[in-house]
Each structure stands twice: as C-alpha cells, then as structure tokens.
Design a protein around this ligand. Structure first.
Ligand code: ATP
Length: 534
C-alpha cells in the first residue's frame, strides 16, 4: 500500500520587487541573497542553468551575479541577454571578472590567488556604489583573476596595487562591479555598497519585512487549504514548529499536529511541545507515545547505521499510522472535512540545495500500514520555502512561539539514539538526558546558547573508567561535550567555552548524574570529525 503525495501547490507570493541572485556555482549566492533581504528587499537564488530567458521572464527588479572564482582558464561566460536587458546588474568578486571578460575587457590570472583583506584608499565617492562612503575601506578578497582593463564604457572607481581595476561601473548599461566580496563581513562597507546598488542604482524601495511575509503567507495558506484539513509532524525543531504556527494562524484548528515521542527525545521535550502547541493556543495536537516500540526495536543494536535505519523506518511507520487514523476518523465523521494537506517545514536552503526552486518536485512516500485507502494524495503546504533560518526564527518569535523553541539548536532526527555510543537502553537514555539538560541549562544561563551552533552531549556507554567519590571507588561512564561553532554545518570548529564554565558543568554532571564519573571535551574540527559522533 502506498500513499503518493503529489501536486504541490505552493503558496504563491504576490508580485513584489525581486532581486535575483544568479548562481554560477559560487559559495556566496545564499549569503548575497540574505544580505539583500537584510536590506529589506526580497531576493531569490536562481542557478544560471535556469537560462537567461527564464530568469528574465521572472521579471527581476535587479540581478546580482555570484560567480565562483577559480584559477581555471575557462571563466564562465555571462549570457549577454542578462547584461543588456536594461535591468541593473551587480557583479562582485568573480562576477565582475566574468562580466568584464564577457564584455571585452581584459582579465588575467593574478600572480597569486588573492585571498584575505586589503585596504583601498582611493574609492571614488562619486561612484554610485560608494556614494556617501569613506574613501578608505577594508575589502575581503578571494579571487584567482584580476581585471587589468575594464570593458568599454566602464568608469574605474577604485584601484589597488594588487587589483589594477578594483571596481568599475557603467551607468548607461546599469552594470556595477567590485573585485571584492560584498557579502563578507570582512568587507567594511559591503552591506552599505549593496544598499547603494539596490536603492540608488536600481531605485528599489526597502519594503520587504517579516510582518509582510507573515501576512502574505497567512493569506496564501487560507486560499490553498480552504475549508479542508491539514496535518503536520512536529519534531520539536524550529522549522516544523514555525510552519505549524503559521498554518495554525491561517486556518486554526483545521490543522492537526502530530508529535511522536520515540523515547529518544531530550528531557522535558514532550512537555515543552505540549505547552507551546497544546493547551495554550488551541491547536489540535496528537501526542503519540511510541517509546516502548522504538526501544524494543533498538534493543542490543550498537551499529550507528543500523540505529539510524531502525529509527527512520519506525518513525515513518508510526507517523503514517497516525495519518491513517486521522484520515479514517474524519472519513467516519459526517461533519468533518477531508484531510487533504500535509504541512512541511521546508526552508529556503533546502529548496536551493535540492534544486527544486520551481517547486515541481513530486514527493512519494511508501507506506506500510494497513487501513489506508490506496493512493491517498496529500498536497504539500510549505509556508517557509522562501525563508532562511534566521528569518524562520524571526517569524516564530513574531507568532509568539517561546524562545526555547525558536532558538533551539539543530537536533538530529534520530535524537539521543545517536548520542549513545553503544546499545540504547532506557537507563542509558535517562543518564544522557540528565547530563544534556545540565549542559543546555548552563549554556543558556551563561548566554551562550545562541552563539553556539550545536552542543551535542554524548554518552560513551561502552566505556567505563575508575573514579573516586566520597572516599569510595566508582566505575562509571564518561560523557563527552561537543560544542561547536558553524555557519552552515558543512564545516565546524569546537566552541571555546570558558574554562570556569566547563569546570562548573563537569562538577554538576559528575555530582548530579549517578553513573557518570568523568566529563571530557571534544576539540576536533569538522573535518575531520563530524558534529555528531554517530
Ligand atoms: N518526533 C517527531 N514527531 C513528529 N514529526 C516529526 C518528528 N521528527 C521529525 N518529524 C517531522 O519530519 C520532518 C523532518 O525531520 P528532521 O529531523 O529532518 O527535521 P528538520 O528538517 O531539522 O526540521 P525541524 O527543525 O522541524 O526539526 C520534521 O520537520 C517534522 O515535520
């Protein structure tokens, strides 16, 4: 038996000024889009492979070219239709090199790959991009090529020993370029320069805001769901929580939220969800206690891949059984309307990374539960598809979700199951839950929880060491602290937590959690270590 979830009908955004960041495999495309939104202008990332025709058909108010700078001789050629459509174009870093090359200027491999910060002292403040700014600026550079001679019609607006043409603009063609990176915080006037492009060169109005997004999405969700019903899985994570809050704002108790307690949650997690979504705001919340089934299925399993597989499969089965029950209950109730929609907390980086920017992907889910009619179709509601993580948090706060949900660190789907090295038992989970709760409490009391990307706490359940307590010998397990800093989870470094705080955490864990007699700190970067241990 299977259920096919298809025909996504994404809430469409009414027309608004959109800046399209055209991505030529750059690392900066998302960051550029975020900076533009910080300036209160709506921005999307489109791959250059979409083609100039489709990009122009979306009627962008301005274009930003994000090009990876490599030492390759083959610089990307920018489709000239993008440069001659009369739409203002900003080309920073590799984008400026590629535009210059495309329009017949001269570019050459720099003697060495330029990377780091340089200072320029001769920025032309008559230039549109630098209007009102200091002539002396710190610039973040990272490029293999430099521009030797600007293309015809361009006025050079900055130069430097290592970058003969550091910036140039062609007001007639409305093309503006800098060799440096404008999205990086290391560029002292990066955001100010982006704003000059948006508000002077492109004459846009800074009117995009989170309140506006909420209003738009609420209206779009109402239209999409109508008088039907929708369901959502709440994981306790920020994305599904905010998606649920938005849909609930739009259609109230036509939304049913399902939370599966697989027994691998952190301390008080279920109660917090109940508080945020249950009693207080009238959502229909179904809490499923599947702890016993999950722990039975995991009994004696130590292999990390096996654990993940078992947890993933069991989760799908449990969730689908809940779906089936809700659908069946509504089918038997003459007053109930049909359950037609499944809400998902997909966010913009997921959309960009899956290459599904046009929302056309069909999602299939194979169900193994009985009692479901063949091929129920759920339509997807994905109200966060346009938003970056920081914007999702802002929406959550505006909708009144508590800080401990909005600012929650990323938590793996398999939960604490992959933070126990060794087989999973209820006793071991309880030990880990206590230690983890102490770490979270202390980090948050010391104002560090928003600064630290993630702080897994790991129980080495198969290791024991000798210790001493109250004059007696102990033989307990070690706990590993793994606090990390990261921008995007792809790379990470260990977070430098003050020694005194580490000492305090260590003392609390070893004295309050019976069975733990040692606390160790993981100081491995990613790579080579992953953030989670399993
Ligand atoms: N224990 C659970 N109970 C109900 N639904 C869940 C549970 N765990 C995950 N889900 C659902 O599956 C989705 C994907 O899970 P995943 O752990 O990958 O979350 P995510 O993408 O990090 O999002 P979130 O921030 O909402 O956790 C969640 O957004 C949620 O809808």
């Amino acid at each position: 038996m299977k259920t096919v979830m298809t025909t996504p009908q994404h809430a469409q955004t009414p027309a608004q000024d959109t800046v399209i960041v055209v991505d030529y495999g750059s690392d900066d495309a998302q960051l550029l889009a975020r900076r533009i939104r910080e300036a209160k202008v709506y921005s999307e990332v489109h791959s250059y492979t979409t083609g100039a025709e489709a990009i122009l058909a979306a009627k962008p108010a301005a274009l930003v070219l994000a090009v990876r700078s490599t030492a390759s001789e083959d610089l990307p050629v920018i489709d000239e239709r993008l440069l001659t459509a009369g739409i203002p174009v900003l080309a920073a870093g590799g984008g400026f090199v590629a535009v210059t090359n495309t329009l017949g200027g001269t570019v050459a491999l720099a003697p060495t790959h330029q990377s780091g910060t340089v200072q320029v002292t001769n920025l032309d403040d008559n230039a549109v991009l630098f209007s009102g700014q200091d002539a002396v600026q710190e610039l973040a550079t990272n490029h293999a090529h430099h521009v030797v001679q600007a293309a015809e019609g361009f006025v050079v607006t900055a130069s430097h020993d290592t970058m003969p043409v550091a910036a140039a603009e062609n007001p007639e063609m409305k093309i503006y370029g800098t060799t440096w990176n404008l999205a990086s915080e290391a560029s002292s006037h990066g955001l100010a320069t982006i704003k000059n492009f948006l508000f002077i060169a492109a004459d846009l109005t800074p009117d995009w805001s989170i309140e506006h997004v909420i209003d738009q999405q609420v209206a779009a969700i109402r239209e999409q769901i109508g008088d039907k019903r929708a369901i959502i899985g709440l994981s306790g994570g920020v994305d599904s929580a905010v998606a649920a809050a938005l849909v609930q704002r739009a259609v109230g108790n036509q939304l049913t939220a399902v939370y599966v307690n697989h027994g691998l949650m952190r301390k008080n997690e279920s109660a917090e969800i109940q508080r945020a979504f249950g009693d207080s705001n009238g959502a229909q919340l179904i809490m499923i206690d599947a702890e016993a089934e999950f722990l039975a299925a995991l009994e004696g399993v130590s292999d990390p891949e096996q654990k993940r597989k078992i947890i993933g499969e069991r989760f799908i089965r449990t969730f689908e059984q809940a779906e089936a029950d809700i659908v069946a209950a509504s089918a038997n109730d003459p007053d109930a309307t049909e359950v037609k929609f499944l809400v998902q907390g997909t966010i913009y980086p997921d959309v960009i990374e899956s290459g599904d920017a046009d929302g056309s992907k069909v999602i299939k889910s194979h169900h193994n539960v009985g009692g479901l009619p063949e091929d129920i179709e759920f339509k997807l509601v994905e109200p966060l598809r346009q938003l970056f993580k920081d914007e999702v948090r802002e929406v959550g706060t505006k909708l009144g979700l508590p800080d401990d949900i909005v600012w929650r660190q990323p938590f793996p789907g398999p939960g604490l199951g992959i933070r126990i090295v060794g087989a999973i038992t209820k006793e071991r989970l309880d030990l880990l839950r206590e230690a983890d709760a102490i770490v979270r409490e202390e980090l948050s009391a010391n104002g560090l929880d928003r600064e630290i990307w993630q702080s897994p706490v790991v129980l080495l359940a198969d290791v024991r060491s000798v210790g001493v307590s109250d004059g007696g010998r102990t033989y307990g397990h070690p706990i590993v602290l793994r606090p990390v800093h990261s921008e995007d989870a792809m790379t990470a470094s260990f977070a430098r937590i003050p020694y005194d705080l580490l000492d305090h955490i260590s003392q609390r864990i070893t004295s309050e959690v019976d069975g733990i007699n040692r606390v160790v700190l993981d100081i491995t970067g990613k790579p080579p270590g992953t953030i989670e241990w399993e």
